[in-house]
Design a protein around this ligand. Structure first.
Ligand code: CO8
Length: 261
């Protein structure tokens, strides 16, 4: 297994079927340096290949999920260098994970930290969480989805307010706006995220992947195209063993025995 310097990768849950990636650069409030994000990509490769893993949780510390991209690493970059090297393009790996990814956010989720959380499928927040896009205050703009994903969950006015003022919002506000699905006590957050991951992992991993792919389409396409994608994917579930098993088990009043096929 790969060894990591900036993250901790474990498998948790009663059936050890939930991958947990803990961002672990406490001295820099989990600032997302290039090496850290490369490790996250490698960990996702590893967890995606692991047939037992049905969901992934990404979390940080109680003080910080992540305080952004690493400003110190960026300070001397130039346009030609970042454009030529497609700077931080590889962050996208998180949004391309085939398995469901849950962000468990305690403390600061700022800049790239907020963007990383938004690349995940579900965000659970601790009561102390703060979400913001403060890039404007350091002379740049969000570069990993902040201007695009935020508006799709909180609407234009709030997204503009957050990106243009740089001021963060609280967990409670984020829940009201629909940015996060639930707010929990900080100490229970990761355990609850793992519990949610276990629930997801109890279903057919094949069908879960198809469902995630279909919901994600709503982000990318028009309603008509999305509805067609959904319908065809729904039809496709009838080509699987697990669809037959799920419905048969219901009719026979017994729990299903999914084989991810
Ligand atoms: N980068 C590098 N180091 C950081 C960062 C960061 N983003 N955030 C905190 N740190 C470091 C501090 O420099 C400090 O280090 P040191 O002890 O060596 O001085 C240490 O972490 C602790 O930080 P503070 O002393 O500042 O802690 P406080 O509790 O006083 O404050 C804050 C916490 C409010 C979170 C504060 O640290 C802060 O404002 N951080 C910066 C937040 C920010 O502006 N984030 C946006 C960064 S820009 C960005 O994310 C661009 C995204 C583009 C992504 C593109 C991808 C394709």
């Amino acid at each position: 297994a790969p060894s990591y310097q900036h993250i901790i990768v474990e498998k948790q849950g009663a059936k050890t079927n939930v991958g947990v990636i803990t961002l672990n650069r406490p001295k820099a409030l989990n600032a997302l340096c290039d090496a850290l994000m490369r490790e996250v990509s490698t960990a996702l490769d590893e967890l995606e290949l692991d047939k037992d893993v049905g969901a992934v949780v990404i979390t940080g510390s109680e003080k910080a999920f992540a305080a952004g991209a690493d400003i110190k690493e960026m300070v001397n970059n130039t346009f030609s260098k970042v454009y030529g090297g497609n700077f931080l393009n590889h962050w996208n790996r998180v949004s391309q994970c085939k398995k469901p990814v849950i962000a468990a956010v305690n403390g600061y989720a700022l800049g790239g930290g907020c963007e990383l959380a938004m690349m995940c499928d579900i965000i659970l927040a601790g009561e102390n969480a703060k979400f913001g896009q403060p890039e404007i205050a350091i002379g740049t703009i969000p570069g990993a989805g902040g201007t695009q994903r935020l508006i799709r969950s909180v609407g234009k006015s709030k997204a503009m307010e957050m990106c243009l003022t740089g001021s963060p919002i609280t967990a409670q506000e984020a829940e009201k706006l629909g940015l996060v699905s639930r707010v929990l006590p900080p100490k229970e957050l990761v355990a609850e995220a793992v519990k949610m991951g276990e629930k997801i992992a109890s279903h057919s991993k094949l069908i879960v992947a198809m469902c995630k792919e279909s919901v994600s389409q709503a982000y990318e396409t028009t309603l008509q195209e999305g509805l067609l994608f959904e319908k065809r994917t729904f039809h496709t579930t009838f080509a699987t063993v697990d669809r037959k098993e799920g419905m048969t088990a219901f009719a026979e009043k017994r729990p299903p025995n999914f084989t991810d096929s």
